[in-house]
Design a protein around this ligand. Structure first.
Ligand SMILES: Cc1cc2nc3c(=O)[nH]c(=O)nc-3n(C[C@H](O)[C@H](O)[C@H](O)COP(=O)(O)O)c2cc1C
Length: 300
């Protein structure tokens, strides 16, 4: 049975990866699971400068997921090069670097400084960030900015560019098409959904930053619908994520049109989940007489 999937020029050994921000740069999880069995590691977002992140608490549980406002805490590109790259160099797994920034130059700086690294197989561009040059409106909600940013990064690298879409827009397919027009090799959907939890005694948001990002089972139908919509709007591969807690959830995404999937919040429940999801996909294929992922991906 063949579980490999192709995203741009990258061949992944199976479709299941770890979602950005929920797996760090892999070191901690390396003590718990065999990282070489992952289809891909999508790293924590990297920005040019180190970011301490938002005030705590920045994570709160909701009835069917979590709300986070981490604020892109990360070591910055210089410390990434000295502290994280030596470990990533030892891995035999596809590594996709998640890149964030507040301006186009931020993204360009990260690509420039990491462009020669052989341990980075591709980039996932997180566009749910404010573009301070455009008054703070998130890149990811404006198709013109998405196409411009993607095209600018496209000129800088031969490595696959995956644009990560926000669900917090009226029509996600418009943004996906803009990424494709800018030269993206794939899109991933979805990032977190805007949400808020209020402490009624203190009469303020539980998370100091106010509105935060919802993930986990609550957002799965949103992610599946987005994947279904986007995969019909573009001809590049779609990577589906949001609330995958078991193999069946991942199979929903594959049936909806995803070529690959990522597990995020589910890792906090079970660090072995991505491996179990890959095994469950394999079982589903053998039960249904399928030889390869293409036999059922996009079936709907
Ligand atoms: C604690 C936390 C941190 C995250 N950090 C990032 C990030 O740095 N970059 C990014 O593109 N997405 C980030 N995300 C979004 C996830 O990658 C994913 O898109 C979202 O959580 C939905 O998937 P899930 O329901 O499986 O968690 C973060 C999510 C969580 C829960």
């Amino acid at each position: 049975m063949d579980l490999t999937v192709k995203i741009g020029s990258i061949m992944m050994s199976n479709p299941v990866g770890t979602a950005s921000g929920t797996f760090g740069f892999g070191e901690e999880y390396g003590e718990l699971i065999d990282l070489s069995r992952l289809g891909a590691i999508y790293t924590k977002a990297l920005t040019p400068e180190a970011r301490p992140g938002n005030a705590v608490p920045r994570l709160v549980e909701t009835p069917s997921g979590i709300l986070n406002s981490i604020g892109l805490a990360n070591p910055g590109v210089e410390r990434f090069l000295t502290e994280k790259v030596p470990f990533l160099d030892t891995l035999n797994t596809t590594v996709i670097l998640n890149v964030s920034g507040s301006t186009e130059d931020d993204y360009r700086t990260v690509l420039e400084k990491t462009g020669n690294l052989s341990c980075i197989d591709g980039y996932e561009i997180n566009i749910s960030c404010p573009n301070v040059k455009h008054g703070g409106l998130a890149f990811g909600t404006d198709p013109v900015q998405v196409e411009t940013l993607t095209a600018s990064l496209r000129k800088m690298t031969q490595k696959p560019l995956i644009v990560k879409l926000t669900p917090n827009v009226t029509d996600i397919s418009v943004i996906a098409k803009a990424a494709e027009a800018g030269g993206a090799d794939a899109v991933s959907c979805i990032n977190t959904v805007r949400g808020m939890v209020i402490d009624t005694r203190k009469r303020r948001s539980v998370i100091p930053a106010g509105i935060a990002g919802l993930s986990g089972p609550a957002v799965r139908p949103v992610g599946v619908a987005a994947t279904y919509t986007v995969s019909r709007s573009v001809s590049i591969p779609v990577i589906g994520l949001g609330g995958i807690m078991c193999a069946d959830d991942a199979i929903q995404y594959l049936l909806a049109g995803a070529s690959a999937v990522q597990v995020g919040t589910g890792l906090f429940v079970d660090p072995r989940l991505p491996l179990k999801v890959a095994e469950g996909i394999e079982d589903y294929m053998s039960e249904n007489g399928m030889e390869k992922i293409e036999d059922f991906h996009g079936f709907l």
